[in-house]
Design a protein around this ligand. Sequence first.
Ligand code: SF4
Length: 440
Amino acid sequence: MTFGRRYGPPSVCKELLGKNTRTDPMIPDRRTRETGSGSALCSAAVSRAEVGVYVHIPFCERVCPYCDFAVVGVRELGAAQEQRTIDALLRELEGRRADFAGRTLASLYFGGGTPSLCRPESLARLAVAVHAAFPSVGPVETTLEVNPSSLERERLPGFRAAGVNRVSLGVQSFDDGVLKRLGRAHRADEARRTLRACREAGFDALSLDLIFAAPGQSLGQLEADLAETLEFGPEHVSAYELGIESGTPFATAAARGQLALPDEDLALAMFDAIEAALTAAGFEHYEIANYARPGFPAVHNQRYWRRLPVLGLGPGAFSTDPTAAETPFGVRRANLRDHAAWLARIEAGEAPEATPPERLDAPTARAEAMFLSLRTRRGVDAAAFAGEFGRPPRAFFEVAIEGLLAQALLRENAAGDLQLTGRGRRLSNEVFGHFVGGVS
Ligand code: SF4
């Protein structure tokens, strides 16, 4: 639904970095920005004995010019097209559930695309099937990505009745000029009405997406966005720096010098402004792009940062299968991105994967453990790392850690736990590069 610059090594899918529909390799960004210090907030109950399920609905009313997700533009989602996709998702679930047998359901995430273009009955069918496949112990975080529109507002009570208990709303900005330059289909008043409608429908876990460093965006406009965000009082905010992804219209415009993006200093000032405003208002900055009020960090997204099993369904979705004796670091699968191709494979009874499953090896898993943990305020737990890989981080990354400590980009405690420093958070992509580039 929304995204910005995301950060990570080329070998890592975007799900690992916190959004859920991301379908192609990551390219390290020039800089990642985060502030804050370690906390126990990320210690929410997430477990390897569970599974998170991600369902990708690829339809969008209009394809935004900066988007590189697996999406299909549809002016209106026809009932037959919707039905066929839901049937295929159910079939894919049936084909894959055995790989996660015995696990309880930790989270269910409807992402896209714009999953709220589907009728509530369709999402209810999916939710019932997922719960039938994986029993739950207590309430399950069930998130739906929603775009601001009148159609989706009307459906909010139906989505709630279908079991959705968390809405992630793609506001992006409350400035119509910024929205227009981003090529978004909605305007700010639609977002305001949809935010109010979410509350009226009874959603008490509301996440609001913002984009910063958009073309022509000023610091004052971003500060106004933050002020209005706080007025609405969401429980969670995701703030993404706009990314220029190759192959998109924005990439073409940028190459021609036709995109007036904020410079590095202004983008950094925006990052600082977001962090200052949200933490002053009581949010925990628990991951590079994510802020939560106490008790509201995203359960599903934490599974990616903690490398826990996730079953991804739909075009472009990624899965991380559970570990087994022959695959001690797990298996990653990537579905075909193209909706028609994914559909054809499913309907033919074939696996919808784009490439053979990737059996993760120890060096890759260690590198991912380092940089994904460092994305969070919790950082790297040296004992847990040693429990998984046999030895603590220094045994594998001594040179990198020493260098980063010397540059004051990392801090280390007596137990060997590692976190980014304030400077490290501002230059975190450089930090991550040391672990990915130095895979050992
Ligand atoms: S709403 Fe725009 S950015 Fe979000 S998935 Fe659809 S096309 Fe992409």
